[in-house]
Design a protein around this ligand. Structure first.
Ligand SMILES: Nc1ncnc2c1ncn2[C@@H]1O[C@H](COP(=O)(O)OP(=O)(O)O)[C@@H](O)[C@H]1O
Ligand SMILES: [Mg+2]
Length: 450
């Protein structure tokens, strides 16, 4: 499994031998021969002098073999490389994960009365979540850090490390201002994690060996479930019933965990777990708020004994969350507004997309189709620099709204030039920044929603 402990060994020459995970997504209509595929993709990769630390091949022809046509994407990555951007292929070992993406829509799980949706279940890896990971621009360490954490927590739970000795609540909290990509990151993490849980095959010295449970040479799948709890729905509709609904939701999650690993996403957890002290201070009916928080805490405590369940929660208002819940998070990470580097990546991704759709013309080298803006060009144009500067202080969600505003403002036949686009987008960013409410400018937790 690629979620197993990252392997870093040494060869005889004492050069580190790194394991690269090769995650191959097979076209849904294809049932390939896994052995063939591994041999072919393995040969294509090992014929390259170096392997990049994390690279996605979206075009099969990039791997230059017709068999690779059976794949929709290949991600090659190595978690142990540290700061090195690439590694000589001769000192790399390849671990293959071959999987089919699921395509069925999320299923709603209703309460006993059939009136309230407790959560939505998506079977992972899912085609809809493809590309989410690469669409997010964070300081590099953030998504990797959470993914590594999830992997480690899982290993500990499945190695039966006594959680009374080494605390393992399997509960991660991402918090920060709204629109900073927390919910999207959770889905992207879920997808990467689910891919990593699929059976793997090692290719060493041209010979494949694996822990594939299915018939030899055929793709075998382990269903992983992402259950998204809508905190607002559970809380608002039947206020005094929320405690019961929470208990029902968790008991259904428990049933599901018997079928496969379950990742629970509690989005905007503050709606369910508002601080008991604060509700009392506001003079709200304290018993309801207390009941629902108690229910969430009790259910989370029970999860300790369900190694197949892990919880990711997000919050825009950490200050309002009950202390006892915050205390249970094994990892609580602040996700802030995008840095200038991240803003540049977001803008570049918009430019590449608009260029691809023919709405922008004259795409120069850093933006030409097929180029990876994340690594291209250290020489941004003055218009891009100005746009990045004016976008500082805006959330990722706000920045992604700017292109449409720029096109609407220009109201000109398309395509337009990148320069024109960026100049107009900068004016829009300036206007958006001016219109922001003062509370949104604090680089701190507990911001008011957009
Ligand atoms: N750091 C980022 N990089 C790229 N896109 C981002 C980023 N932050 C937010 N976005 C965009 O904003 C949208 C909203 O993000 P979301 O995950 O709902 O934020 P949050 O849950 O923090 O409110 C996403 O679809 C994403 O495209
Ligand atoms: Mg969100």
């Amino acid at each position: 499994m690629s979620n197993a402990a990252p392997a870093k060994q040494r060869d005889r020459g004492n050069r580190a031998l790194h394991t690269f995970y090769v995650e191959c997504q097979v076209r849904p209509d294809v049932q390939p021969n896994v052995r063939n595929l591994i041999q072919v993709a393995g040969t294509a990769l090992t014929s390259q002098p170096v392997l990049h630390k994390d690279r996605v091949y979206n075009q099969p022809e990039e791997l230059a073999h017709p068999l690779v046509d059976q794949l929709t994407r290949v991600r090659v990555w190595c978690p142990t490389l540290g700061n090195a951007p690439s590694w000589p292929t001769q000192f790399a070992q390849l671990d293959f994960v071959i999987y089919h993406p699921h395509t069925t829509e999320a299923a709603a799980e209703l309460d006993e009365e059939g009136t309230t949706t407790l959560f939505h279940t998506t079977t992972l890896p899912h085609a809809r979540f493809d590309g989410l990971w690469s669409s997010l621009a964070f300081e590099e360490s953030v998504p990797d850090r959470v993914l590594r954490f999830m992997t480690t927590v899982w290993q500990f739970a499945h190695n039966d490390v006594d959680s009374d000795v080494v605390t393992n609540n399997r509960f991660v909290l991402l918090h920060g201002p709204p629109g900073t990509g927390k919910t999207t990151l959770c889905r992207a993490l879920a997808q990467r994690w689910a891919v990593g849980l699929q059976p793997s095959h090692r290719l060493a010295a041209g010979k494949e060996s694996g822990n594939n449970q299915g018939p030899a040479g055929v793709v075998s799948a382990l269903p992983v479930y992402l259950c998204e709890i809508n905190s607002h729905a559970l809380f608002s509709k039947w206020f005094s019933e929320s405690g019961k609904l929470v208990a029902q939701a968790f008991s259904k999650l428990q049933e599901l965990a018997e079928a496969g690993p379950v990742l629970v996403l509690i989005d905007e957890v503050e709606s369910l777990a508002t601080s008991r002290a604060q509700s009392a201070a506001r003079g709200n009916e304290p018993s309801d708020a207390v009941r629902v928080v108690n229910s969430v805490l009790t259910e989370l405590d029970k999860l300790k004994y369900l190694p197949n369940v892990m919880v990711l929660a997000t919050s825009n208002l950490t200050r309002c969350i009950d202390e006892a819940l915050l205390d249970r998070a094994d990892l609580s990470l602040y996700i802030g507004l995008p840095s200038p580097r991240a803003i540049r990546r977001i803008l570049e991704s918009c430019i590449v997309e608009l260029g691809r759709q023919g709405l922008l013309c004259s795409l120069g080298p850093p933006f030409s189709p097929g180029s990876d803006p994340a690594v291209a060009g250290d020489h941004p144009t003055p218009e891009l620099v100005a746009a990045v500067n004016l976008c500082q202080g805006l959330s990722g969600r706000a920045i992604r709204k700017l292109p449409i505003r720029a096109f609407a403002r220009l109201s000109r036949p398309t395509p337009i030039t990148v320069t024109e686009f960026l100049i107009t987008l900068t004016s829009e960013a300036e206007e958006m920044s001016r219109a922001r409410r003062p509370a949104e400018t604090f680089p701190d937790v507990g911001l008011t929603p957009e």
